[in-house]
Design a protein around this ligand. Structure first.
Ligand code: CA
Length: 377
C-alpha cells in the first residue's frame, strides 16, 4: 500500500495540530520544537508494512537468545553490577529480566535508534492510519521536552516513537520512567543507562512482577494429553497439571508458582511451556508471545540456565497475512467463528482453529500452519 502524504499536506496538518496541542496544555514556546519538522514517508511505509513480515518463533528466538546476545548480557550485568544491586533492592525485579529487555530492545544500549521522535510521531499522526494514537503520543513527547527531560533534538528513537535503551513510548515514559540518579531529569536516552534501566524495573514492578517467580518453565506433556487445555486462557493450580502428567523438561516435579497455563507456541510438535503470572507482566511490555518467551528465555540464560530442550517444527513457516485472512474466511464459511477477517491470530481465531481441529479428529492445539490451511481449502 503506497502512502498518499505530501510535504505540503504535512505542513497543513502541523498548522491544524497547533491549537489542539495548546488545548492539551502545552506552552506556545514548546511548540517551537515543531519548527523545521518535515514529512518522513519512510516511517509511514514501515508502519504500513510491518505486519507483512512474520517470522516463526524459532527464528526470532535464535536471534533473541543468540550466543552473542547472551555473552553481551553477561558482560553488561558484570559492568553494571552495583546499579543492578540497587535496582533489585529498590524495585524487587530480578536483574536478569531487566537486562533481557535491555538486550532485546536496544542490544544493551547499542542500538537506541536515531530517528527524530517528534518528526516520526508527527508523520504517523498526519498519515492517519493510527492517527489518534500517534497524535496522543506526540503530545506526550512534547510534554517531555517542555519539562526539560531531554532537548527536542536529542529525543531520538525507532521509527514508531519508541525511545532510548528500553524503547519506551512517550506515554510509557510518563507512567513508568524514573529519575534514579537524582539529577532532576528522567534520562532514558543518554549513554548512561541508569535511569532507563530503573524505568524498565519500575515498569515491571508496577505491572505486578513477583521476584523469584519464573516467567515459565519448559515442560513435557504425557501421551494422551488433552490438548484442548493448552491455552493461556486455561489456568490451573500446578498440582492439577502435575496430576495430568505435566513434568519439567529436565524431568523434575513442577515448581509451584500459583495458577499456571500450558502454552504451545508452535503446536503439539513444538516446545511446551508452563507459564506463570510473571508471563503476563512481561506481556504488558509487548504482548506477542514470541517476545515474552524471548525475554524470559534470555533472562534464564543470563541466570546460567541451558538452552530449550525440545525442538521446533523448523520445516514449517509462519502464515503470511494473506494466508491468515484466507484461514479466517475458510473457518467462518465452515461455521467456526474466527472473530472477523482481520489477518490477526487473536484468541477467537485460535479457538476457531481448535474447534475445527476437534471436529476433524485432529490434535486440537490451535496451531495454524500451511498444512492446516491446505486441509481447510
Ligand atoms: Ca536522571
Amino acid at each position: 500500500m503506497a502512502y498518499t502524504g505530501t510535504e505540503a499536506g504535512f505542513q497543513d496538518w502541523l498548522t491544524a495540530f497547533r491549537p489542539r496541542a495548546l488545548a492539551a496544555g502545552l506552552a506556545p514556546s514548546t511548540l517551537d520544537a515543531l519548527e523545521g519538522l518535515g514529512f518522513d514517508p519512510a516511517v509511514v511505509d514501515k508502519d504500513r508494512n510491518q505486519s507483512e513480515f512474520t517470522k516463526p518463533i524459532w527464528t526470532y528466538l535464535d536471534s533473541a537468545a543468540s550466543d552473542d546476545r547472551i555473552a553481551a548480557g553477561e558482560k553488561a550485568l558484570a559492568r553494571h553490577r552495583a546499579l543492578f544491586d540497587r535496582l533489585e533492592a529498590a524495585y524487587g525485579v530480578d536483574r536478569e529480566v531487566v537486562a533481557a529487555i535491555w538486550g532485546l530492545e536496544s542490544a544493551y544500549g547499542t542500538f537506541r535508534g536515531d530517528i527524530p521522535t517528534l518528526q516520526a510521531l508527527a508523520s504517523l499522526a498526519y498519515d492517519g492510519r493510527r492517527g489518534a494514537f500517534f497524535e496522543a503520543q506526540l503530545i506526550e513527547a512534547l510534554k517531555i521536552v517542555q519539562d526539560r527531560h531531554i532537548p527536542a533534538e536529542r529525543m531520538r528513537g525507532s521509527w514508531a516513537g519508541a525511545m532510548g535503551h528500553t524503547q519506551f513510548m512517550p506515554s510509557s515514559f510518563w507512567t513508568f520512567a524514573v529519575d534514579f540518579d537524582g539529577d532532576g531529569r528522567r534520562d532514558i536516552w543518554g549513554d548512561d543507562p541508569t535511569d532507563a534501566l530503573a524505568s524498565a524495573a519500575a515498569y515491571l514492578s508496577k505491572s505486578g512482577w513477583t521476584k523469584g517467580m519464573p516467567w515459565g518453565v519448559e515442560v513435557t506433556l504425557p501421551e494422551g494429553f488433552d490438548y484442548a487445555q493448552t491455552s493461556e486462557r486455561v489456568r490451573k493450580p500446578v498440582a492439577e497439571w502435575q496430576a495430568m502428567g505435566v513434568r519439567l523438561a529436565d524431568g523434575g516435579a513442577l515448581p509451584d508458582h500459583g495458577l499456571s497455563s500450558v502454552l504451545l507456541p508452535a503446536g503439539h510438535q513444538g516446545v511446551a511451556f508452563l507459564i506463570c503470572a510473571n508471563f503476563q507482566v512481561i506481556e504488558t511490555y509487548n504482548k506477542a508471545d514470541a517476545y515474552v518467551i524471548a525475554v524470559g528465555h534470555l533472562a534464564d540464560r543470563l541466570k546460567g540456565g541451558g538452552p530449550i530442550r525440545a525442538s521446533w517444527p523448523r520445516e514449517d513457516r509462519a502464515l503470511t497475512r494473506e494466508e491468515r485472512v484466507e484461514l479466517q474466511r475458510l473457518l467462518t464459511a465452515a461455521g467456526f467463528d474466527a472473530g472477523g477477517v482481520d489477518g490477526l491470530m487473536g484468541p477467537k481465531t485460535i479457538a476457531a482453529v481448535r474447534a475445527w481441529q476437534m471436529a476433524q479428529g485432529l490434535v486440537p492445539d490451535g496451531y495454524a500452519n500451511p498444512a492446516l490451511l491446505a486441509r481447510l481449502r
